[in-house]
Design a protein around this ligand. Sequence first.
Ligand SMILES: *Cc1c(COP(=O)(O)O)cnc(C)c1O
Length: 467
Amino acid sequence: MSELTSEELPVPPFMEPFRIKAVEPIPFPTAAERRDALVSAGWNLFRVPARAITIDLLTDSGTAAMSAAQWSALMVGDESYAGARSFERFETVVRDLTGYAEILPVHQGRAAERILLGLLLGPGDISVSNTHFDSTRAAVEAAGAQAVDLPVPVGPGELNPFGGDLDTGRLRDLLRHSADRVKCVVLTITNNAGGGQPVSVRNVKAVRQLCDAHGVPLFLDASRFAENAYLITEREDGYRHLTPREVARVVFELADGCWASLKKDGMANIGGLVALRDAGLAARAREQLIAFEGFPTYGGLAGRDLEALAQGLLEVTEPDYLRYRAECARWFGEQLGLAGLPVLQPTGCHAVYVDAGAMLPHIAPQQLPATAVANALYLAGGVRVTELGTLVFGRRDPDGGPDVPAPRELVRFTLPRRVYTLSHLEYVVDVAETVSSKADQLTGYHIVEQGGALRQFTAVLRPAAEW
Ligand SMILES: *Cc1c(COP(=O)(O)O)cnc(C)c1O
């Protein structure tokens, strides 16, 4: 009897800690339909309509499934223009989570970045980060300033549990030589561009000390604060006994403020925030908010959005949810590895990254091996992933020569929150295995048409084999 009490029944850590209440059918286009869709899209998955996608692992941004509690919170949304009750609830939840007094809602992360970085930076200034996310870099550059990335170096094949850390040695040197130009240090938690790896508390403390020594403010891009906190409870001595919410608070306390895209760990489909200690800076940010987003108690969102976000910010730090999310990514990474794909280790929470360069050594970076893998996954099974290789990070040669390749040719299998079950991911693994078994037959792509910044969204490609 005692051997079968509920505590002793093994619950697999990756088992979904929720059951399904509302469902949405997924499309199953045929192989011929997939090919037609990709040809019509100029061989660019960003241009393929969602109705032609079976499993969509393009992004974890704004793609979460909301809980029953969030859906019911929508109904009590207060749509008053000024002083809505829903703002008060949002403000209370965010204050309680972060400890910051000044809370500004915005419609999404990049609005927060434009407002805050626009106030902190001017021409000739420098913003330093473990890695600026692409929209963050765009906001820094729009202010006429320079974005300097100082990620810790992680060698190929090296396992660094805190691969998201900022290189404090290089930060010390930079501050020694140009402290007067550095107007902010930004820690992106987790470090999205750097493989979704966490930043350790130890690193945040070391960065804080350097900032204090030079009078530079420290901000967090906290879009995945809960995933970062969970990975700290798993990987960093001294924090294993704390809850993810407690660890998140420790990290927030070390900074002067934060912004976030709440389309990630807000567990909702739209939203963002700026949260600050400094009332003076907040007052200036509020003026910008009014000019570009809306009245300070809604900031470009509906009252119901604020309700769903307030509830989402409570749910996202639940240990069962975060354990499932991390274990699910780990399991998925393991399975993709067994299917023959070179998976970057360790996995984080929001995505699994695969080295397309290692998979397709016969395709030169200028012929976009990461695009070749992504497109093959779509053709083989309607799976959409993101290319993070030369199409996204390569630089055009100003004289019309070949592109300067990206440092790595990656594809990202991104996991929307609470959307796909393990059996959906098993299907993706099967599709990936088919692609991996034919890797030596895949061919690359040429870019036929492209825009300027963020060319991946609109570029038109053509298979090199048809060139
Ligand atoms: C998504 C994201 C942003 C930008 O937020 P949007 O809501 O897409 O405007 C900024 N920083 C990080 C780390 C992100 O992941």
